[in-house]
Each structure stands twice: as structure tokens, then as C-alpha cells.
Design a protein around this ligand. Structure first.
Ligand code: HEC
Ligand code: HEC
Length: 270
């Protein structure tokens, strides 16, 4: 019982604070908001966005400008409704007051100096377009393969720590599995790795492109497209903690840092 009290106090003071806020869509950045919003952030957001919003499998939030949240009401909207087709789910379990408190905290996180990187973005670009073969699977500025995500604005969405992890250990960069939700089964998770075992013939492993009750479409690591009827399959295995991207841990540290510096410089089409 006693353990519930701080949460209850938080809830009550959160509601009282929201009642004092003007209803202009703006969120407050008072010291009180900071303390209350931080608690909500730690409980609900840190596992994806990292401590202080410095990024994990979720976007870096410690940035002056957010891609999906140009102003405060857009920011509250992202928290309330999520971003369709990504691991950013609607935070419907938070009250309106709590959504605004955590939005206020996210705004405070944005007041940080940009990260300084040791790599050389020009050498990184040469690697990306050349020997490392990244264009085989990624589009940058309208050019490349489509097995992996478009990277033209990846530097605006992701921090250096996440980019390093995505290169060294792509599987570890997948969003954490949520034991309370089966969302990766119902189609939210992009680039989900799926392995299908036909009744006859070898298994096919690929990124799920589409799925309905009767069929599933995947693209394998060589870019080949497969469309199969579920009635011909023995098994469909979903592997949310795997990736089709090869690890680049074999590159030396300098080359990796050059790639990270190049990726961090990609902030949308000029
Ligand atoms: C299960 C992981 C997960 C959780 C939990 C989560 N997020 Fe996210 N969030 C993401 C991902 C992934 C993205 C990036 C989506 C994309 O690709 O654009 C994102 C994007 C965002 C953005 C947009 C960033 C931008 O640049 O526009 C905001 C704001 C945000 N999250 C806030 C929150 C807040 C606040 C919470 C907690 C109440 C939260 N998120 C909880 C995964 C998560
Ligand atoms: C065989 C295809 C393939 C190759 C080659 C490849 N990737 Fe990927 N990459 C993917 C896939 C698929 C994803 C989607 C997420 C996952 O499954 O890891 C991804 C994800 C990423 C991400 C995370 C993007 C995000 O917003 O979460 C980054 C960054 C990235 N790749 C960079 C690179 C770089 C740099 C190279 C070259 C050094 C490269 N990739 C080579 C397939 C590939």
C-alpha cells in the first residue's frame, strides 16, 4: 500500500498542474514539470529512448529539433498517437496531463550541445558508396537498394551511440521485445526477420514485406522477392531480435567512426 503512495501523489500533482496550464498546446518547462515529467519518462520511455533521451533503439530526443514534432502540440500528438509503422506506439496508457508533462521533459532534453564526432564524414561517404557495399540495401538521396530503411535523414533520427551499435551488432539494435504486446506479430514492426518452412523444399529467411491471413511476402538477403501461401507452409517463425544486415564489426575503429560521422551528417534531402 505504502509503495503506491508516491505514484498516487505524482498522479494527483500531475493533474493539478495540468489544470493550471494554459490550453494553448504549449507545454510548461518549469522545475516542477521537469521532476514530474522525468519520472514518467523513466517509467515509459527510457527503455527505448535511453537515459536523458540520448537514444537507444528509439530516436534520440536530446536534440534541438525533432523530425515529427516541430512544435509542442505536434510533440504531444506524437506521444498520444505514436508514429505508425514504427516501434513508437501510442502512449494511450498515459493521461492527457501526463502526456503533457513528459512532453515538457522532452523539450528540456533538447537543450543540449550537438555531439562531437572524431570520424571524417567524407571518408565515411566514400566507404558507404564503395567498399562497404551499403548501397546494396539502403537508399540515400534517391539511390540504392530497398532491403533496409532509407537513410537520407538517419542522422536526424539517431544518435552516434545507436549508429555504432547498428553497424557493429545490427541484431542488438532491434527494439526490445515487449512481453506485454504482440505488436510484432500484427504487422507494426518494419524489417521484421521471418523464416518460413515450406512443407516441401528449403526454408526461406527474409525481411517481411507484407502479410495477411493467407499469404506472406518476404525479401531475402540477396534482394529476391518471395510470395508464399500460408497453406503450403509447415511453419512461420518470426524473429524480432534478428537482423538481415551483416555486422561491420570487422572494420577497424577509424573506418567505423568515419561511417558514423557520415551517417550523422545525413539530415534529410538538401
Ligand atoms: C518500444 C520503444 C519505444 C517506446 C517505449 C517509446 N518510444 Fe518514442 N520512438 C520510438 C522509435 C523507434 C521512434 C522513431 C520512429 C521513427 O523511425 O521515426 C520514436 C520516436 C519518438 C519521437 C519523435 C522523435 C522525432 O525526432 O520526431 C518522440 C517525440 C518520442 N518518440 C517520444 C516518446 C516518449 C515521450 C515516450 C514515453 C512516453 C516514448 N517515445 C516511448 C520508440 C519508442
Ligand atoms: C544485406 C543488406 C544490408 C546491408 C549490406 C547493409 N544494411 Fe543496414 N540495414 C539493413 C536492414 C534490413 C536494416 C533494418 C533494421 C535491421 O534489421 O537491422 C538495416 C538498418 C540499418 C541502420 C539503422 C537505421 C535505423 O534508423 O534504425 C543503419 C544506420 C544502417 N543499416 C547502416 C548501414 C551501413 C552504414 C551499411 C554499410 C556499412 C549497411 N547498413 C549495410 C540491411 C543492410
Amino acid at each position: 500500500m505504502v509503495r503506491l503512495l508516491p505514484g498516487l501523489a505524482l498522479l494527483l500533482s500531475g493533474t493539478a498542474l495540468a489544470a493550471q496550464m494554459p490550453d494553448s498546446g504549449q507545454v510548461s518547462d518549469s522545475a516542477q514539470t521537469q521532476a514530474l515529467g522525468r519520472r514518467i519518462f523513466q517509467d515509459n520511455c527510457v527503455r527505448c529512448h535511453g537515459i536523458g533521451g540520448r537514444g537507444g533503439t528509439g530516436a534520440v530526443l536530446a536534440r534541438a529539433q525533432l523530425v515529427h514534432a516541430s512544435d509542442d502540440s505536434a510533440l504531444v500528438g506524437v506521444i498520444r498517437d505514436g508514429i505508425p509503422g514504427t516501434a513508437m506506439q501510442a502512449q494511450w496508457h498515459l493521461s492527457d496531463a501526463d502526456q503533457r508533462l513528459v512532453a515538457g521533459y522532452v523539450r528540456l532534453l533538447g537543450r543540449v550541445p550537438p555531439e562531437s564526432l572524431s570520424g571524417d564524414p567524407v571518408r565515411g561517404e566514400a566507404l558507404f558508396h564503395g567498399d562497404a557495399g551499403c548501397l546494396r540495401c539502403h537508399v540515400v538521396a534517391g539511390w540504392g537498394g530497398s532491403l533496409g530503411p532509407e537513410l537520407s535523414a538517419v542522422g536526424a533520427r539517431r544518435g552516434a551511440a545507436y549508429l555504432r551499435l547498428a553497424l557493429r551488432d545490427p541484431a542488438a539494435a532491434q527494439p526490445p521485445e515487449d512481453p506485454f504486446s504482440r505488436w510484432y506479430v500484427t504487422g507494426y514492426l518494419p524489417y521484421l526477420v521471418v523464416e518460413v518452412q515450406p512443407r516441401v523444399g528449403p526454408a526461406i529467411r527474409g525481411v517481411r514485406v507484407n502479410e495477411d491471413a493467407f499469404s506472406i511476402q518476404l525479401r531475402d538477403a540477396d534482394g529476391r522477392f518471395h510470395s508464399v501461401l500460408k497453406s503450403t507452409l509447415r511453419r512461420v517463425n518470426r524473429r524480432p531480435q534478428e537482423s538481415l544486415m551483416p555486422s561491420y564489426a570487422w572494420l577497424d575503429d577509424e573506418a567505423l567512426e568515419d561511417l558514423v560521422a557520415y551517417l550523422a551528417s545525413l539530415r534529410g534531402l538538401p
